[in-house]
Design a protein around this ligand. Structure first.
Ligand code: SF4
Length: 223
């Protein structure tokens, strides 16, 4: 499994399928934000990371230009990660609440974190074509990891998973805390994305987010 994930992650890191995103991610890495001017940005597609034997797979949207496009690790180095990792620590999925860089001591337990798109998009909005280009990487991760629970952070991740599983049933609706059964005894759990916009407006609170990870743990125990 380690070998398969390593091969996949190398494919992801060297991908240049979407010209607009290649240009954007590299330009952001060149120009940089003032606060990070002395840092070397990652500037490439961001692979998934975590426990390869995970029962819980988390799917986000796409890297932030100065977050994971800078650090090279999902949700690391931006406000979304600053909300996510403390919650994962409280729930026992992470060994620490802080996430600063690829080289820090953060380790995930029973969880793998990935995304619908691997390259930072302008305005945090990948196009449909770009998400379609990136989908095979997510499909391959699902095959390799075979999680019991998929947690979708945001509607875009939710719709991507429905597309992968070829689900057109209108009873599958995105709403925070909703969960559904997927083929092959997987569970699909919806959460609002921990974006700064959602957390600063209290659309997503700490309490609401903690409840998601408790539900994820409970679903992982079900058959
Ligand atoms: S978004 Fe995905 S498919 Fe497009 S260039 Fe990045 S890694 Fe490749």
């Amino acid at each position: 499994m380690t070998h398969s994930l390593n091969v996949l992650n190398q494919q992801i890191i060297s991908c240049r399928k979407c010209p607009r995103l290649v240009e954007w991610r590299e330009e952001m890495a060149r120009v940089k934000r003032k606060a990070y001017i002395n840092e070397e940005y990652w500037g490439k597609p961001v692979p998934g990371f975590g426990d390869e034997n995970a029962e819980v797979l988390v799917v986000g949207l796409a890297p932030g230009a100065h977050g994971s496009n800078r650090t090279g690790r999902q949700f690391t180095g931006d406000a979304s990660g600053g909300f996510l990792f403390p919650a994962l620590y409280r729930a026992g999925f992470a060994n620490q609440a802080e996430a600063e860089s690829r080289g820090d001591a953060l380790r995930l337990k029973n969880m793998y974190i990935t995304a619908s798109g691997r390259c930072a998009p302008p305005d945090n909005k990948p196009t449909l074509e770009e998400l379609n280009n990136c989908q095979p990487y997510l499909e391959r991760e699902l095959e390799i990891i075979n999680p019991k629970v998929i947690v979708c952070l945001g509607r875009i991740a939710f719709e991507r998973i429905l597309k992968i599983y070829n689900i057109r049933n209108s009873t599958y609706k995105f709403s925070h805390g909703a969960y559904y059964q997927l083929p092959r005894a997987n569970w699909l759990l919806c959460s609002y994305h921990p974006s700064q916009q959602n957390t600063s407006t209290k659309k997503l609170t700490v309490k609401m987010f903690d409840a998601i990870w408790e539900t994820a743990k409970e679903l992982a125990k079900r058959n």
